[in-house]
Design a protein around this ligand. Sequence first.
Ligand code: SF4
Length: 396
Amino acid sequence: MTSDAADLLRAAPPAAWPDPPAAYSFTSLAVIEECPRRWALQNAEYPELWGSRGYPRLLNVRQLTGLAVHAALETLISSLAEAGIPSALAPGAVEVLTRHGGLSVVLADALEAELGRASENPRAIQRMGRIRRQAEELMPETRAALQRMLSEVHGLAQRAKGGGGGSGKLGEGASEEVTLRSPGLKLIGVADLITLGPDHVEIRDFKSGRPKEQHLEQLKFYALLWSCDRRRNPEGRLVTALALSYPGGDRVVPVPTERDLTEFAEEIRGRVEAARSALGALPPPARPAVAACSRCDVRHLCEEYWVTKGSVDGEYVDLEVTIAASEAPGTVTTQARLPGQREANPARLRGATPRLFPEGLEARVLGARVSRMDAEVGDATPEFVLTSASEVFALP
Ligand code: SF4
């Protein structure tokens, strides 16, 4: 946690709202459709906070290790393809992996690079020690996921000319991180791995988390993009195989027909138009809903969220607090209200030092744990506990 109230990030509105994207990725379209305000808050400008674009993302150790697995896969697949080795199980693969120092070294380097990038995030600075420890504890599990995902990749015997980073026609062979564009549909996407042969085109996406139905649509989105991208795919070839690669194994995805893609393109055209129209209002509309708001990482900035009744069933809640006084070491008394409550009521906040929570501080707390102990003994004053995962933002 932050050691001083002056170090708290402020829950201040953005200095400028973002323009709508010139091209929509699968993720940006999904976020805008769920809540245009969320996309706008995530991508607005906060020059008082940091020099980068957008609001600093909430860091999660699973996301971080997932990024490291992605980066390690890219390095290893690229090296196998360069050496003309079709898969990590083929003869010669061990020599290639050994040249890198083995899977563990490649993964550790990738993780270190991700941790380095994360340490520039002002929202993560106070948590970096804990995130690093958690990432290191997860290393055996992460390495096993990397090994399983790599073992599912085949057909790498040739590295494609033009590669993922190029912009011209994609040659036969394997290409990682291929940027695909459709200016007509205003879409963009990055396919993790495209393997191209005389009579096959496979798009594969690596997912370090659990399978979700949304991943199937994401691959259909890439199949559409590939079919429309006339620079990378001038002949307009269609995808013949789609695969989702999870730590638990591959999931084969149905391949859309040409007619499916035509219908999907029409559907996407309408969805992009609706997204553009929603982003035309400033600020874009908020669409509060319990499920969406509970996983929204900018909800402390969203006034609509704080006036909408949220879920109070869980073990964790969000609170708007005004600190009244220090009661005991590590405990302050406060006026607190949950989202949707009109009035603030007396409450206790544990895990709150007077330095961090001086009298009069007004703040929004995300993820405070509801203390059950006092409910059991019948204390009428609600009590909440700050945990290492709670976040506190000072109100301006
Ligand atoms: S808190 Fe809810 S309404 Fe507000 S931006 Fe996030 S998802 Fe949208």
